[in-house]
Design a protein around this ligand. Sequence first.
Ligand SMILES: NC(=O)c1ccc[n+]([C@@H]2O[C@H](COP(=O)([O-])OP(=O)(O)OC[C@H]3O[C@@H](n4cnc5c(N)ncnc54)[C@H](OP(=O)(O)O)[C@@H]3O)[C@@H](O)[C@H]2O)c1
Length: 280
Amino acid sequence: MRHHFRVGHPIHRLPDQAGTSTSVLTVEDALGAVQSALVLGGTSEIALAVIDRLAADRCRRVVLAARDTAGAAAAAEHLRAAGVETTDVIEFDAADISRHPALIETVFAEHGDFDLVLLAFGVLGDQATFDRDPVAAANAVTVNYVGAVSTGLSVAQELRRQGHGTLVVLSSVAAERPRKTNFVYGSSKAGLDAFAQGLGDALEGTGAHVLVVRPGFVKTRMTAGLPPQPFSTTPAAVADAVVQGLARKRHTVWAPPILRWVFALLRHLPRPLWRLISAR
Ligand SMILES: NC(=O)c1ccc[n+]([C@@H]2O[C@H](COP(=O)([O-])OP(=O)(O)OC[C@H]3O[C@@H](n4cnc5c(N)ncnc54)[C@H](OP(=O)(O)O)[C@@H]3O)[C@@H](O)[C@H]2O)c1
């Protein structure tokens, strides 16, 4: 079935096993398991690994908001095979910031409450290209940071209204200390990370929660062709860390966890030493 949002974004809705596609209001069950999720950046390999993990538990309703709706529809098929009963795909561009408030409001109005919203969109880019093309650099920052602010605040309004739910934000260890080889990306993640921490504190006591995730180098299409960094990990391992963080109501998780201690040291290294070791 296909229908349209009030804001004009097409939806691909895949029917559940009974052949219906109703929107249901759900909340976390008695054990706190996630039953419904909205993914912003619905083709992200890390995000899909998280939903896969949650589907093995009790996640049964998922909306994938993506720029590449065909790719997201293929991912939705996979999620259904993994146990998700109702999947929807909606068109979403993280750079189209003026549309975000209406888009988020409509998704919640039409699909019901969400236990989890996963903010997973992002672009890595290439520092040498950014050096030559400042507009490309600013566009990447718009996606990684500005688009996260407009969607994150819109989601926060809905979670406050619900009185429950977690916003999971895919930050990065790159937020901890800028490297000369990818400082545009790092600065955008630093902004995102600070925003997500502040939002989490602002939501304290409302029933809504923010989980900041700081992965290191994850082997996905984003990093394809790049030399692996120390402590490289996989989307499945990041998903495990996220699911564990959700169960423990953490405000921050690192993936792998050892990076927390590695960066506790690295962020205090003298600049000349940091310049040297962060150059690769
Ligand atoms: N891989 C790593 O090493 C790593 C490490 C730390 C943090 N992260 C962060 O984790 C998140 C997910 O990354 P990933 O590794 O899963 O890579 P990925 O598979 O390439 O996912 C990135 C996602 O961002 C989406 N996106 C990019 N620009 C967009 C836009 N303008 N509008 C809507 N969606 C857009 C992509 O959509 P399209 O399919 O349309 O391109 C894709 O779904 C990102 O925020 C990334 O910065 C990744």
